[in-house]
Design a protein around this ligand. Structure first.
Ligand code: 5GP
Ligand code: MN
Length: 339
């Protein structure tokens, strides 16, 4: 995005518009943090703003300021469609292609609204008039901070915006430990704390709100963990039956994949989660160093993401998906062992 683009967007905000903010399916902390952070910022400009998500988000995010105003497309379809049709401006946050929004893809494609993308995923599709895409950014929430800065809007920074953006940056950086975390990220975080983000409370809300069932499910996942030493790979499976046994709720498996990566000498970790309702196996991939799980997800699992964190899906059975994964590993052995 050029300076001229930022100045055009700044002008747009001088008059009232119907603005819709959308994000990807199965919204995570960064999706919700960036969407709600931008929502609170735009409210300072007396805009008519609505956040719409494709489907529900985990309960560990259901304390974020403004979350109760969010529309869920899958259960509030009619009103969500009306808002999209009525929008003058649509912000597309934390995703790089309309299909990442599930059933919202069609209404978004049809919409005549001016579209602004703010995103840090690899290989963005050019669907927006204004594209602020930077794959080196830690999170879309950090980008929202820079976006606000470019619009000369930091004087509107408040506790709500700061809390939402802090949450998104914290979750997408694995609590500031992934290599995408820069000194600039920490400078942004410092400003957010100064603006009222209660860092310790936010960590508690997100990470210390486990249910007993979730911890039992983690125990099950860890006992299913397998290691393939020659490929420096670890993977976890969770069947629908296992999920049911521990009364799985959305978000319960968040972060499980990282346990594989915490093993000594492992540079690639995967988790395969059966979803009988959708008829798919959802896959999360994580890596250390230069090994690109984005490439692996794109090449084999209809997915994508970032170099060190990506996801995808398979329509095969859980067992066949794992077999496919094991069968493709040898083609990556050299790269994995060079890490
Ligand atoms: P997670 O494994 O936590 O679901 O996702 C890791 C990263 O990969 C996130 O940035 C997410 O947006 C991306 N991602 C997850 N699943 C998919 C998918 O099915 N398709 C694409 N293109 N990206 C995905
Ligand atoms: Mn993100």
């Amino acid at each position: 995005m050029t300076l001229k683009d930022f100045s055009n967007i700044k002008k747009l905000l001088e008059t009232e518009h119907n603005i819709v903010i959308v994000t990807h399916k199965n919204p995570d902390g960064d999706a919700m943090g960036s969407s709600l952070g931008l929502y609170h910022f735009l409210n300072a400009y007396q805009q008519n703003v609505q956040v719409i998500v494709p489907n529900d988000y985990p309960s560990f995010l259901k304390w974020m300021p403004g979350h109760e105003s969010v529309l869920k497309f899958d259960t509030q379809t009619e009103i969500s469609e009306a808002q999209i049709n009525n929008a003058d401006i649509i912000f597309a946050l934390d995703f790089n292609a309309f299909h990442r929004t599930g059933d919202m893809e069609k209404p978004l494609e049809k919409s005549k609204a001016l579209k602004i993308m703010i995103d840090h995923h690899q290989e963005p599709e050019p669907f927006a008039k204004y594209m602020y895409s930077d794959v080196n950014m830690s999170s879309t929430s950090e980008m929202i901070y820079h976006f606000i800065d470019e619009l000369d809007g930091l004087q509107h920074m408040n506790r709500e915006i700061a809390t939402c953006l802090y949450t998104g940056i914290m979750t997408d950086t694995g609590s500031f430990r992934f290599s995408s975390t820069t000194s600039l990220t920490h400078q942004v975080i410092a400003h957010l704390i100064d603006a009222g983000a209660k860092n310790s409370d936010i960590h508690n809300h997100v990470f210390d709100s486990n249910s007993y069932n979730r911890l039992q499910l983690l125990g099950c996942a860890l006992s299913n963990l397998k290691v393939i030493p020659e490929s420096r790979t670890a993977y976890i499976t969770l069947s629908q039956e296992e999920l049911n046994k521990f009364h799985f709720r959305k978000g319960d498996t968040e972060g499980f994949v990282n346990y594989g990566l915490s093993l000594e000498n492992v540079v690639l970790a995967a988790i395969f989660i059966e979803d009988k309702q959708e008829g798919i196996v959802k896959i999360s991939l994580r890596s250390e160093g230069n090994f690109s799980v984005n490439a692996m997800a794109r090449e084999h699992f209809n997915g994508g993401g970032h170099i060190n964190a990506a996801g995808g899906k398979s329509h095969l059975s859980l067992k066949d998906t794992v077999e496919k994964f094991i069968s493709i590993l040898p083609e990556y052995n050299k790269a994995l062992n060079d890490e």
